[in-house]
Design a protein. Structure first.
Length: 494
């Protein structure tokens, strides 16, 4: 489905480092290192980023200029290419001036030097690891956080000046390094898209779910996102303005993306939905307030108008989730954040909790009675009318679906005793096992440990009982997102 909002590209600052005294001593070395830096900038651009390549930082004055350049360009991340030896005094001013997160790239051009023919100038083009300990020490003592990626540069050719084979693109050391670099770029994309994002909070939190409650100020302070508190009357106002043409268009959209149930459910509470349950005023609400995500729950008086209104929440919110506006039920703001992170990265992010354990298959069924991310579904999701929302008031429509078979990663977002957010991450496999026909999303998932051992680990981390399910094995990527957001993270089941 077409996204309602385009994901912003991260702005990545890149520079290469060296020692100014070398350029007069070793002709061609400076140009060679710049060529490597331009190659890095080109690769990073392929990852969907805007790049700001400064060039060489080879003295204290250049470090100062580079820091100001990156500030002027509002970069989200700095990739510091350790091209050859550099004094730490040349580089430190850059990162003192520009506080964007720094990743040092120790990318050696060749797998091995030509021992027989290598000159000092040739060696200097391959000694990027040499200054990294010095930089690490200086950064640490200056209170500047740094990360390091080690590996091969990954050229697909050998520069004419080189005496070694530099065509290393297919070597595992190059592939591993560039996979890490791409993950840092993607993590920067999450941070820049969360900054200023607008999360809607409609209604209230499900009463008594103590793990759901969040401090709104804490949320904005730790994520950079704005929280917009919404009322049911805001939604009702839009519902009153929905035209017959808009209703018909929404009905067509629903029929295109869902299979409408024909009363074949095992549970008599799950029946065929009616046209009246298909109202789609949520999209107008999202547009009015410029929302990037939405969490919601409403507990109205029995038979009240707002209780009837919430009956159409799940189908509309599933459509919004598929369009890049993740919607989380029960007022779970923290899981809404996890869903938004997954969605920014193109990994889905479906609203889940533990449903039941299948000890025969060794799987845990994960899902919920709320919105589903249609983009990661196995087959066409089914819409079932619910004669009753279990544990809640009213009736409505729910989605019955499972996540496609293959690698998945669960991203949980909890809150600790000190009020800080915390990510809990676990990789697993989605299987094509049986699910119930009760109008809920359900995905059988197999972890590397048996269900009880996995749950021992999960419960020990004091999680929120919801989490976001994404496709692919993304633990390394989510760890980097947590790093840039300065949110503690733990990976289970490794």
């Amino acid at each position: 489905m077409e996204a309602r909002k385009q994901v912003k590209k991260p702005r990545i600052g890149i520079y290469s480092m060296g020692l100014k005294h070398y350029w007069g001593q070793f002709p061609g070395l400076r140009e060679r290192l710049i060529e490597y830096g331009e190659f890095i900038a080109g690769k990073v651009q392929e990852f969907g980023a805007e790049t700001c390549y400064y060039g060489l930082v080879d003295c204290e004055q250049e470090g100062k200029k580079a820091g100001e350049y990156f500030n002027e360009n509002h970069v989200d991340l700095i990739l510091a290419h350790s091209a050859t030896y550099v004094t730490s005094a040349s580089v430190l001013p850059l990162h003192q001036i520009c506080s964007a997160p720094a990743v040092i790239l120790n990318l050696q051009p060749a797998a091995r030097i030509n021992y027989e023919k290598t000159t000092t100038g040739e060696w200097l083009a391959h000694c990027g690891a040499c200054p990294v300990p010095e930089l690490s020490n200086a950064f640490n003592r200056a209170g500047i956080k740094y990360r390091v990626v080690n590996g091969l540069l990954g050229l697909d050719y050998t520069p004419g000046i080189s005496l070694a084979d530099e065509a290393t693109a297919q070597r595992p050391e190059a592939k591993r390094a560039w996979r890490q670099i791409e993950e840092w770029v993607q993590a920067a994309k999450v941070k820049c898209n969360l900054r200023g994002a607008r999360f809607g909070f409609l209604g209230n939190t499900y009463s008594g779910m103590l793990d759901m409650y969040s401090d709104f100020t804490m949320f904005q302070a730790q994520t950079g996102a704005h929280l917009q508190v919404l009322e049911m009357c805001d939604l009702d106002r839009h519902l009153q303005g929905v035209t017959e043409e808009e209703t018909a268009a929404k009905r067509k959209e629903i029929e295109e993306f869902f299979t409408i149930s024909e009363d074949a459910a095992a549970d008599p509470l799950a029946q065929k939905p009616t046209d009246e349950q298909m109202a789609a005023a949520q999209e107008k609400l999202v547009e009015e307030f410029g929302l990037d995500a939405l969490t919601y729950y409403y507990h109205g008086a029995p038979g009240g108008h707002y209780e009837e209104l919430q009956g159409g929440f799940i189908v509309g919110h599933s459509l919004l989730t598929a369009k890049g506006i993740p919607c989380a039920g029960e007022g779970d703001l923290k899981t809404c954040l996890a869903m938004k992170i997954c969605d920014i990265l193109g990994k889905g992010g479906s609203f889940c909790e533990i449903v039941t354990v299948d000890y025969e298959d060794g799987t845990i069924l994960l899902g919920h009675d709320g919105p589903f991310h249609l983009e990661i579904a196995k087959g066409k999701p089914i819409l079932r009318g619910m004669g009753l929302y279990h544990g809640k008031q009213g009736t409505g429509v729910s989605v019955e679906a499972k996540v496609r078979t293959g690698d998945i990663t669960n991203l949980g977002c909890s809150q600790t005793i000190d009020g800080k957010l915390k990510f809990i991450i676990s990789e697993a496999e989605s299987t094509d096992g049986d699910i119930m026909t009760i109008g809920n999303t359900q995905t059988p998932v197999k972890f590397s440990k048996d269900p009880d051992s996995y749950m021992d680990e999960w419960f020990a981390e004091a999680p929120t009982h919801h989490f976001a399910m994404s496709i692919g094995h993304n633990a390394s990527l989510y760890e980097k997102v947590a790093d840039l957001l300065e949110i503690p993270a733990v990976v289970l089941d490794r």
